[in-house]
Design a protein around this ligand. Structure first.
Ligand SMILES: Cc1ncc(COP(=O)(O)O)c(C=O)c1O
Length: 397
């Protein structure tokens, strides 16, 4: 038996829309992208959504919005030490200085009790990550942000479907970034999307994804093929070649939006199935405690069922890599549970952090991995997962 890490469902609607786009010749960002944005915004409960070419770009562009509100290049953004490295890369790509804060091992998320001491006069934003679909402690984070007049940008890349105190993750901070990469619950194969309730920032995001152009309309009549643009020569010169800000090349195309629209059609069924798989697989892991540990779903939250995180206990007589090798050799695919960006990812070494400064994140970086909970995992796969773990424990623990 095999348990692959991920599974993608490309629906008949997605195929039909993609084929129509291919046959029409309108394949660059157009009406399908706009339709996808509107549906995604409705789902999250935000008034605006702007689709881009990756989850990383979604974080970068959301951060770049800070320049509209007075931020300067080199200003600081607070983020958890533990995340997929894209979160830290995005801060640098947007031109800011990352200021890392350790996480809580039990939640995998930024430890709010450590945030305030990381704030300086140059701090502009807090960038919490809802890692593995577990909502960050948003009440505490929003309260700190309000006290210090900081923006909050949620990295919700892995948190499709997650709820915090009855609210959808992605509609709590000022802006939120989702990944639509193939391993995620809503996917456009590659892609990302930013949600916000700020119409002005949504316009800025549309400009940012297209080189900083002065074009910010929510529906572009040129791109959607629905007519002539009356604003094009409004100021005497072609508005599409007026560049208002430093921008990026980060548009989503129609074929990606077609897959995304298909993905939205089956969203409820996929979330339900993945959430049930996640809870059942969490029970399996917990039954091997304290040698194996995972997080919990608290009464105030609904975990976005992205994947199942597993931590090897501190006193276990085996390493994470021993267990991962065993699982992979038995057909259960895994991914490591990321790392402490400042101390375990070489790209951030220039910041001069020392091993031990982010001990919780480092622990997860050494001892954590995750496995899929996707829609093609059935009860017999979960039984197999339990058996494979039990065999290992019998031999090694
Ligand atoms: C927490 C987090 N942030 C950002 C990203 C970047 O998304 P993408 O791979 O679509 O660029 C990912 C990717 O999965 C992620 O897990």
């Amino acid at each position: 038996m095999k348990i692959p890490f991920g599974a993608i469902t490309i629906t008949p609607l997605a195929k039909q829309l993609a084929m129509e786009a291919l046959e029409s010749g309108r394949v660059s960002s157009g009406q399908l992208v706009r339709r996808f944005e509107q549906r995604f915004a409705e789902l999250v409960g935000a008034s605006e959504a702007v689709a881009v070419s990756s989850g990383t770009d979604a974080v970068v562009l959301a951060l770049a919005c800070l320049y509209e509100r007075g931020a300067q290049r080199g200003d600081e953004v607070i983020l958890p030490a533990l995340s997929f490295v894209a979160t830290g890369n995005a801060v640098l790509q947007a031109g800011f200085t990352p200021v890392f804060v350790d996480v809580r091992r039990e939640t995998l998320n930024i430890d709010p009790s450590r945030i305030e001491r990381a704030i300086t006069p140059r701090t502009r934003a807090i960038l919490p990550v809802h890692l593995m679909g577990k909502p960050a402690d948003m009440d505490a984070i929003m309260a700190i942000a309000r006290r210090h007049e900081l923006a909050v940008i949620e990295d919700a890349a892995e948190a499709h479907g997650a709820k915090y105190k009855g609210r959808n993750v992605g509609a709590i901070g000022d802006l939120a970034a989702f990944s639509l990469y193939v391993a995620h619950i809503i996917t456009s194969i590659e892609g990302g999307i930013v949600t916000t309730n700020d119409a002005e920032l949504a316009g800025v995001l549309r400009s940012l994804r297209s080189h900083g152009r002065a074009c910010k309309c929510d529906v572009c009549v040129v791109n959607t093929g629905s007519g002539e643009c009356r604003r094009r020569f409004e100021h005497g010169t072609d508005i599409r070649f007026v560049f208002e800000r430093v921008g990026f090349s980060a548009k989503m195309n129609e074929l990606e939006a077609a897959v995304g629209l298909g993905s939205l059609e089956i969203y409820d069924a996929i979330v339900t199935k993945r959430h049930a798989n996640l809870l059942a697989m969490m029970d399996v892991v917990t039954s091997f405690g304290p040698l194996l540990q995972t997080f919990r779903e608290e009464p105030h939250e609904f975990l976005g069922p992205h994947a199942l995180p597993v931590l090897v206990g501190a006193d276990a007589p085996f390493t994470r890599d021993d267990l991962v090798l065993h699982l992979v050799s038995k057909g259960v695919d895994t991914r490591n549970l990321f790392a402490s960006m400042p101390t375990q990812c070489a790209g951030f070494a220039y910041l001069g952090h020392r091993w031990g400064e982010f001990s919780e994140a480092e622990y997860v970086g050494d001892k954590g991995f995750h496995v899929g909970v996707h829609q093609e995992i059935e009860p017999e796969h979960i039984d197999y997962f339990r058996d494979v773990l039990a065999t290992f424990m019998k031999e090694r623990a």
